[in-house]
Design a protein around this ligand. Sequence first.
Ligand code: OSB
Ligand code: MG
Length: 374
Amino acid sequence: MKIDAIFLREVRMSLVHPFTTSFGQTTERRVLLVEIRAEGLSGWGECTAGEHPYFSEETTDTAWSVLLQELAPVLASSDIEHGGRCPELFRRVRGHRMAKAALENAVWDLEAQMQGVPLYDLLGGTRKVIDCGVSIGIQPSLSQQVEKVGAEVAAGYQRIKLKCKPGWDLNVFEAVRKEYPQIVLSCDANSAYRLRDIDHLIDFDRFGLLMIEQPLWADDFYFHAMLQKRLETPICLDESIRNRRDALAAIEMGSCRIINIKLGRVGGFSEAIAIHNATQERGVPVWCGGMLETGIGRAHNIALSTLENFSLPGDVSASRRYWSEDLIEPEVEVSPQGQIQAPSGPGRGFEVRTDLIERLTVRKERIRAMELVS
Ligand code: OSB
Ligand code: MG
């Protein structure tokens, strides 16, 4: 494909409700979007880096700088035909996987549009409808937490995930289980515990959780394996899994029994598919995580979730849970059965609201091709 231009934009958007995890609260997002124009079409990508380096090392600002100075110029000067070629193109840049994913995913979107097929088809997806769960942030009070769970259960979501941390765990599970003994429930600690908390974590087994997500260090496999040996509840790794090799190491060591795949965290569709295939071969289920995405990232998450081994409900939920106005049309809607229909149009399958994006943009850059120094 002949790339005419690559645009970077930063948009500012307020969340409908603040989102609180063990590492902090988010009220306003600074989202980095990429647009690749080629042959009269536009491919879009969203960088899932946060405003602060709390979930991962990357931030909106580090991704902006690496995209502007390194990745986008390399892509603009390339003769790329497939999204699957991006990893080798970007290999010289170490890390910065969320920045890489934003561009790679936009290339896949473009490629699918050029072929006139839905993105999920190009990825090899087999499901037309995906199962949805929700991630509920830490609430100001127990009663508000239970109320929030009730509202999401009533909306039809198939799995409720509670953010937890020391001091906000057993008491919450107790209160929620009292009202909702039967729902599919999980929790996510975002690395808030240490191995000395092992007896406390073993107590989580009382609540019949589907999984405990990332209880220990973000860069750890060994201590998670020690913990998993003592737990009945499956551990799911999120932060620890950066690529296929990490997934293989975690499975081999017994660090987890479930894996959360996030497009940004693993560097884009190519690596996400590689992890999907490796876990499928080994009988380890996966699900698609979320990073408070706008509709653009959300559309990509929907497409990814159509792959066969995404057999557990993901954190892919309706636009209205996050935004008063989303960046795509139609917005992402979830059925009363807690499902999202994968769109059948070419590429991402949702229109991008460029006028709205223009209004929300606080900075913008156009990248041109460069002379490659080898
Ligand atoms: O750990 O899954 C996580 C949001 C921001 C950073 C990390 C995580 C999350 C979520 C929210 O759990 C998922 C979503 O609804 O987008
Ligand atoms: Mg998580």
